[in-house]
Design a protein around this ligand. Structure first.
Ligand code: NOJ
Length: 562
């Protein structure tokens, strides 16, 4: 058994392609740990919990934005890309996080938000104070209005968060914001914008950051040649690299430049693209000349269903191979209903292309968590099985804070407590993403359950106490114990990126083989599956001898013979 110090040295020395098979733990900083009792999680809070992350066994931590922000979009409205929000700490606190994480062999990835700034960013304030046509306005996308007197928005384009994508300023011009009103889109034709982001990347890489997660990576470049198309025209255009605002081929010029910057470092800095693009176009983002890796979000939309999982795995391994990258597996993040809850709700209706017709779980959230009825136990059991399935796959796995505790989505938030702009911009239609951002329960009692010494910025429900870290640490059958064991074993069992399906003869049961005698079997069905469990090393929900119970996964390992 390696000592903690040996483990940290061996992890960090994994070299340039550490990210290919990493388990990356996403921290939503404002909801992780609050060190100064103001109800908001902060950087010293993260430092104080580094031992927890080390014991969990993750390879890297990805921090969602911790930069100065008015929180119009949970920090994705960045007012200064090279500083820390004073409520979350200082740059010295950031350095302390890096030192503490590296000290236990954990790498650090930070979020870069290049499509838009906050309206409070110095550039946007300058743009507001400057006249139309000025260089300050050219860093953003300002246009004169439509209609006879310019009082209409330039087009009928919609923001992703609902409502018009244009907002009027005092002198009558309009600016483009594809997300919240407080998130003006940058103009990536402007060389100053390009230079500034390179400066930002270097700023964090020089501070020891190992990698970057690139927000909305598919929307930076835009062809806004007049006349601008209508929304209907825009929606009808093909997504083939020539679309005016989404997934344009020329966005890759930016990433090629960033790659030269990443490669100046030793080891090269990694990057992963948040790119919601057609599957065939994802490999471009993941290429070695570009960002290197791209998120595969297919499991965020999937039911706990063998056919869907099988298709997603086959498809994504093939796609990743096309770019020479490894794939990424994501069951939850800060933008979706937690998967333990999704798996406990009835499966959503799907379009012909297989996508859910509505955001899964939204109807349940709209009802305050009463309808349809959530089967918490089934959801948790399936989440355990899905975790072992995913952690057995080649590629990297991105875990979202709290999934290792089996947290469910919080539906009990009152309208007054909600913070997410998607709730405010779509009244009555979208409850927003606050329910997966409720601060973590560390203790089973006390103010904010050990998150901090006072309340939490989003109130925790009573049932969080049973899922507190201190409770789960003592329980060998808890979700936390399962994740710890799985990560430790994965670290030992994982070698080559080999993957092969093995026939089971039953549609609901998937089995795959990895290198060196490691196999994973998941029973997605609702009846036990008879199989030889002699080589079982880990089971998500153990059953009787010789059977893999319903909704469970087993890892098998047989030492290869010489
Ligand atoms: C994607 C992020 O994950 C989400 O939280 C954010 O609202 C949008 N990008 C806009 O930055």
């Amino acid at each position: 058994m390696l000592s903690r110090a040996d483990q940290s040295t061996s992890r960090l020395s994994r070299g340039a392609d550490w990210w290919r098979r990493a388990v990356v733990y996403q921290i939503y900083p404002r909801s992780f740990a609050d060190s100064d009792a103001d109800g908001i999680g902060d950087l010293p809070g993260i430092t104080s919990r580094v031992d927890y992350l080390a014991a969990l066994g993750v390879d890297a931590v990805w921090l969602s934005p911790f930069y100065p922000s008015a929180l119009a979009d949970g920090g994705y409205d960045v007012a200064d890309y090279r500083d820390v929000d004073p409520r979350l700490g200082t740059l010295a606190d950031f350095d302390a996080v890096v030192t503490a994480l590296h000290g236990v062999g954990i790498r650090i990835v930070v979020d870069i938000v290049p499509n838009h700034t906050s309206n409070l960013h110095a550039w946007f304030q300058e743009a507001l104070a400057a006249p139309p046509g000025s260089p300050a306005r050219d860093r953003y996308i300002f246009r004169d209005g439509g209609g006879a007197d310019g009082s209409e928005p330039p087009t009928d384009w919609q923001s992703m968060f609902g409502g018009s994508a244009w907002e009027q300023v005092a002198d009558g011009q309009w600016y483009l914001h594809f997300f919240a009103i407080e998130q003006p889109d940058l103009n990536w034709e402007n060389p100053e914008v390009r230079e500034d982001f390179v400066r930002t990347l270097r700023f964090w890489a020089d501070r020891g950051v190992d990698g970057f997660r690139i927000d909305v990576a598919h929307m930076l470049t835009k062809d806004l040649t007049e006349p601008l198309p209508s929304k209907a025209e825009l929606d009808a255009l093909p997504m083939d690299g020539s679309h005016p605002v989404i997934d344009r081929d020329d966005v890759h010029d930016i990433y090629a430049q960033w790659r030269t910057v990443f490669n100046e470092y030793d080891p090269p800095r990694s990057a992963v693209a948040e790119a919601w693009v057609e599957r065939s176009r994802r490999p471009r983002y993941a290429s070695a000349e570009g960002l290197g890796q791209a998120f595969n979000f297919d499991l965020l939309e999937a039911d706990f269903d063998a056919a869907q999982f099988r298709h997603i795995v086959t498809d994504n391994l093939e796609l990743a191979a096309r770019s020479g990258s490894s794939t990424t597996w994501v069951l939850s993040n800060h933008d979706v209903v937690r998967h333990a809850t999704r798996y406990g709700l009835p499966a959503p209706e799907r379009t012909a292309a297989g996508h859910p017709t509505r955001k899964h779980g939204n109807e349940w959230l709209l009802s305050g968590g009463t309808s349809p009825v959530l089967d918490r136990e089934a959801g948790t059991r399936r989440a355990r099985a899905a975790a072992l399935f995913v952690l057995g796959l080649p590629g990297s796995a991105y875990l979202y804070q709290g999934e290792e505790l089996g947290l469910h989505e919080v539906a009990e938030l009152s309208d007054a407590d909600r913070q997410d702009p998607t709730f405010f911009r779509s009244p009555g239609a979208d409850m927003g993403r606050d329910g997966c951002r409720v601060p973590l329960p560390w203790h089973a009692s006390g103010a904010s359950l050990g998150f901090g010494a006072n309340g939490a910025h989003l109130p925790q429900p009573d049932w969080f106490a049973a899922l507190a870290v201190e409770r789960e640490e003592e329980d060998p059958d808890s979700m936390l114990s399962l994740y710890r064991r799985a990560l430790e074993l994965r670290d030992r069992l994982q070698s080559e990126e080999l993957f092969e399906w093995v026939k089971t003869g039953v549609d609901d049961v998937l089995r795959f083989r990895r290198a060196d005698g490691w196999e994973v079997v998941t029973n997605f069905g609702d009846r036990a599956f008879s199989m030889d469990l002699t080589d079982a090393v880990l089971t998500s929900s153990p059953g009787g001898p010789g059977e893999l119970p319903a909704a469970s996964t087993v890892w098998l390992h047989r030492e290869p013979r010489d």
